[in-house]
Design a protein around this ligand. Structure first.
Ligand SMILES: Cc1ncc(C[n+]2csc(CCOP(=O)(O)OP(=O)(O)O)c2C)c(N)n1
Ligand SMILES: [Mg+2]
Length: 142
């Protein structure tokens, strides 16, 4: 399992997998950003900066390197795609577009990141990026 930022740091490893014929199955969770870094910025009350990624189609990249590759953007295509991906005899990469605003919220949260998120929200609204805040609230709390 890899993020879109993570897999981009590891293309050399994909070549090694092909070189050694390793039947490894890789799922890329593509949220179009360095999501963890973005959360760290927001939890400190900062506006998110330099975290958005212009990604290639990772399935195309994988195929060019000698992998089986497929890209999925619709939820109802996911189950069939996972079956095909796991049925491959050789190295296979499944590129999945995921919801960019879906947070992994821990069962409890310290006060500081909550204050940071409130500060970030206020800053984002003042900078005309209130749509980002609404998207985050809608996807996670409504
Ligand atoms: C080699 C390396 N560089 C930088 C980092 C710092 N870092 C931790 S998480 C992260 C973002 C990863 O983004 P992605 O793989 O897209 O995962 P997401 O958080 O979006 O799910 C970065 C850059 C790291 N862990 N390792
Ligand atoms: Mg990411």
């Amino acid at each position: 399992m890899a993020g879109d930022g993570g897999i981009a740091m590891l293309f050399g490893d994909l070549m090694t997998i092909v070189q050694h014929d390793l039947p490894i199955k890789i799922a890329v969770y593509d949220n179009g950003k360095l999501g963890f870094v973005e959360i760290e910025q927001k939890a400190e009350g900062m506006l998110d900066t330099f975290t958005r990624l212009k990604n290639p189609n990772f399935a195309d990249v994988a195929r060019a390197l000698g992998f089986w590759g497929r890209s999925v953007s619709k939820a109802d295509e996911l189950e069939g795609a996972v079956e095909d991906w796991l049925a491959q005899p050789g190295p296979a990469l499944l590129h999945v577009h995921v919801n960019p605003m879906q947070l992994v919220v821990p069962p409890f949260m310290a006060v500081e990141p909550a204050i940071g998120m409130a500060l970030y929200s206020a800053r984002a609204i003042l900078h005309g990026r209130g749509g980002d805040v609404w998207e985050m609230v809608k996807e996670n709390f409504v």
